[in-house]
Design a protein around this ligand. Structure first.
Ligand SMILES: [Zn+2]
Length: 91
């Protein structure tokens, strides 16, 4: 029997390491707007960084990011925006 105190995320699909529970930031693009959800409980692979979110947590996030009133009231951050420039990348 597995212990029931914490959700068992199992092993990483990529490298087979036991996943550990962490609070992560997840980003979503909703109607052209970048939305970041903080403190999302997720299983994170300590080796390769692979992340998994439980289905019920995923559903809650979907609810949160569909709430446009809540989004309107949320704090905003600015992010660097870089234009893809193939000439510059070659230098
Ligand atoms: Zn891994």
């Amino acid at each position: 029997m597995r212990k029931k105190t914490k959700y068992d995320y199992g092993d990483c699909e990529i490298c087979g390491t036991q996943m550990q529970e962490r609070l992560i930031k997840q980003d979503f693009w909703i109607r052209g707007e970048l939305i970041i959800v903080e403190d999302v409980p997720a299983g994170v692979c300590p080796r390769c960084g692979e992340k998994v979110v439980k289905a019920d947590v995923g559903q809650l996030i979907m609810k949160l990011i569909k709430n446009s009133e809540r989004i309107a009231k949320s704090p905003r951050i600015s992010v660097p925006t870089i234009k893809f420039d193939i000439e510059e990348a070659k230098v």
